[in-house]
Design a protein around this ligand. Sequence first.
Ligand SMILES: N[C@@H](CCC(=O)N[C@@H](CS)C(=O)NCC(=O)O)C(=O)O
Length: 246
Amino acid sequence: MITLYDLNTLRPDPYRTYSPHAWKVHCVLRFKSLPYQTFWLEYPSIESKAKELGAPPTSTWSDGSRYTIPFIHDSTTNKVISDSLLIVEYLDNAYPDTITLITPGTEALQSVFADAIWTVYMKDIDPVIGRTLPNKFFTEANAEYYRKWAPKDPNEEMTEESIKDSWKRFESRFGELAETIGDEPFVMGNQVSFSDCALIGWLMLLRFALWDDDKGKQRWNEIMEWHGGRWKRLIDTYEELRDTRI
Ligand SMILES: N[C@@H](CCC(=O)N[C@@H](CS)C(=O)NCC(=O)O)C(=O)O
């Protein structure tokens, strides 16, 4: 059995997590139709749980190792893997009878694409979303940690006008991405890949932040209609798959 360690919130399933990186793994497990269970963690307990299981840190802070979710434990092979990309590579190798999400030879391209979704295509919306978090679905412990980790930049005071501009720039960036991908359903044409799960993951973070009040829900529904409804079709493709969580 695969256990996915993820970040807890007060929002009920299936939209409980807001971590784009954990979402990528949920998405991949579902495309692979692999059964799994989720273990919910609060930020302050990620490191101790990771150490207990032997899940390696994924990067370093100035004062030491940085432990992050998602990580998985696979009791069938007794392997523990951290970092979304490495988890997916592991799943592709350990379960060769399932759909391959990172075709050999595409690792670097997909890794860069997954990062670019945030750093290139969504960066305009970062400050807009950032100011809505933590929201009422954050647990107390996670909200406290999050505020320390992502303090508000006092120079980033946004006006209604600048918020509107950010949304416009974001929409047009996603429009460029839609054009680059073209008419086919997935980033790699007709073949679903890790890149699509990365896109779904970041969109789900957006959904988490927006799906809070009527205005946000309306905004989310608008995004789902952008660019001929292609982002909705992508999310629907994932949601229509069988839920393999135990
Ligand atoms: N490269 C990692 C990044 C994972 C990551 O940044 N996770 C965040 C949550 S979205 C985290 O666990 N942060 C905890 C911390 O920084 O202390 C991956 O792809 O899995």
